[in-house]
Design a protein around this ligand. Sequence first.
Ligand SMILES: [Zn+2]
Length: 445
Amino acid sequence: MIKSFFCFLFIINIFLLTFTLSVSADQGADFCVFEELEFEEYLAIVSAISETEEYPHFFAENAERYKAYQERYPDMPFDVVIALVNVNNDMASYRDVEIVADPGEISVLLNKYFSLPPDWVPDEFTDIGNGSLMHPEAAKHYVEMRAAMREDNLNLVMISAYRDFTRQRNLFNNALATRSVARAERAFARPGHSEHHTGLAVDVMHRGHSGGTMTGMRFERSKQFSWLVENAHEYGFILRYPQGYLEIGGYIFEPWHWRFVGVPIATAMYDREIISYEEFYGRYLVQGMRDKVNEYIKEQQRLAEEAEAAAALEAAAAEAAELAAAEAEEAELARVEAIIRAAAQAAAAEALANAKAELAELEAMINDADKFNIHFIVTITILGFSAVAAVLYVVNTRSKHKDGPNTEGIPYLSLFSLISLKKNDQKRNEDQSQGNDTCNENSVS
Ligand SMILES: [Zn+2]
């Protein structure tokens, strides 16, 4: 179930959140776990949910149990109460046992309230030396961690790794031989409840086991332990039974027992300073929480689709408006062009009319000028002829009537001619009167 859930989230993340995932090549094809970024994304979604819900891991169906557990541990913060009840810590250990649905997953929660299915055996193992077997992913990280410690001149001794059902049963029964059930249960898991059965847990020491009790070796005082406390999360390991765990999980402090949960989860616990896996699991990994995250993703997907559809509609509307605006602009352009064309035609017509008028005027002027020229020529000609005729007449008249004025031609004489004629007449008259006297004298004589 958890596998398919994580796979589902993986796919959703790819499509919805466009996160790129780099699955390391050494992971089996059927082994689907969160890479750090992906799990961070999962936690980010939980954080997003917690923005609207004060206790995102609160489930109404557990309300009465939360209340009862809080009464049992009045000093415990309510969010821790919720987390622990979510993983059945309020139930009777080894009595209300639930069989885990995800025994093969590295995030599987095993304790006195959850057991592996009967006869369950891990699919595959990796030998990490001396016949010690581990889940392949856990083994790979353990070997890396051990090498890192060696670089810091720290030697880590493997005491115990994978233990099958029979071995765990023998261990527990042996413990029962020397102590009470209650005491045995504080240090030994019953068969089917041990993390060693999953291949994900290791017991380590700073030196070889000398035959005494693990507690007596005081691993918690070693440099190795300090190193692990600071660095183990980088290799996906957590201290499973820390100080103060007894009351919550029913196990004594076991500094030697380290559990592989994967780098993302171990790092998230380290960053949040959550010391018990029960609390972390009850907060983030219970099925109810995964369902909520799934719902949230679906809702976001739905909202994204809606937003996309709305955006598409908006884009279509904008496009239509743009088209309409373009058409309107085109129409306006056509209108203006028509106006310009009409104005140009009118101007051309006016110019033509003006040109015609000017032409007509010019023609008229030319006509007038022609008329003027003809009149002028005619007048000049007439005057010329008149002058010539007058001269001829005067010349002619003077030659015919030397002794007396001839008044016939007077209308055609020039003023000069008239004056000279008049002088001639006076002279002639004087001459005649002198002649008469002479004659008279002559006649008397
Ligand atoms: Zn152990």
